[in-house]
Design a protein around this ligand. Sequence first.
Ligand code: ATP
Length: 320
Amino acid sequence: MTVPLLSVKNLSVSFKTRSGTVKVLDDVSFSLGKGEVLGIVGESGSGKSVLSYALMGLLDENAEIKADAIEFGGIDLAGPNSPLASIRGRELSMIFQSPRTALNPIMKAGRQIEDVLRRHGAVTRSNARAAAIAALEKVRIPDPERRYNAYPFELSGGMCQRVMIAMALSCSPSLLIADEPTTGLDVTTQAVVMDLMRDLVRETRMSSILITHDLALAGEYCDRIVVMHAGHMVEMAPANELRAHFAHPYTKGLFAATPTAHTELEDLSSIPGSLPDLTRDLPSCRFLHRCDRRQPDCETGHVALAPLGNDHSVRCRHPL
Ligand SMILES: Nc1ncnc2c1ncn2[C@@H]1O[C@H](COP(=O)(O)OP(=O)(O)OP(=O)(O)O)[C@@H](O)[C@H]1O
């Protein structure tokens, strides 16, 4: 990889709650190249959304964030003088789950795009409407002039997500984070939305992070995949390499639980056990109690993410 657009080193996030400190992310480090699409995959509760909110600076006030570095385009986002608030939405943009709830229900779709463009000084009052219509056209919304005047309740779920994409891309960001962008959409619309995002990302050479629980979706649309379990990165590899040579027992379990065009229902298996309680003292390997390859030495010392070769790394003392 040439100079990365984003470089995250030793990021950890915990939340202070009444029932104790929830240690959600620990020792998260990765880089993202220009034009690269990185998938972050893991089951519900593994910390994917917290990671994206941490990068966007959108975590709740009870969050405590520590990082050796979060560098974006050569700018330090982790330090006390972070310019994150001023570049969010312009250089760094995000698409959230459930587009219908993310949009303002009482504002016309086109006006919501105009608002984003004007907030970031990308247009003047007189050309804002034309720019918003052009943004709707870019995300292939038919009859964009008419759709400009539609309220979210008048649009289908897929159409609302396209409006969200139009808003996110309207200021030509360098990095797009898409958090489960197709949740709640039917499979056909899911494919249309994903293909649209892929085309736009390629056209603009924008970097993107796709957050999903769906390993097959990540395999299809991402260059590289990070597998997360209970706030740890347990494996990271190029998508093809991961599919052919997964090394962490959790990744193996995720593949076995992921349907493909050729799997029968009885071929699918679930991963035993559940995520550990993140308020307790945690072992260095947070997968320990669910793992059928566990050995006595897995319980001692620090298990770090270690290189396996081919841009592939794994956090496991006894990889496959
Ligand atoms: N504000 C908060 N206070 C306390 N705990 C939180 C807070 N926000 C998130 N968490 C906890 O962080 C953990 C990770 O949550 P997160 O939403 O990142 O998971 P996820 O992998 O994105 O799951 P999903 O796919 O369901 O969205 C969960 O245990 C969650 O309860």
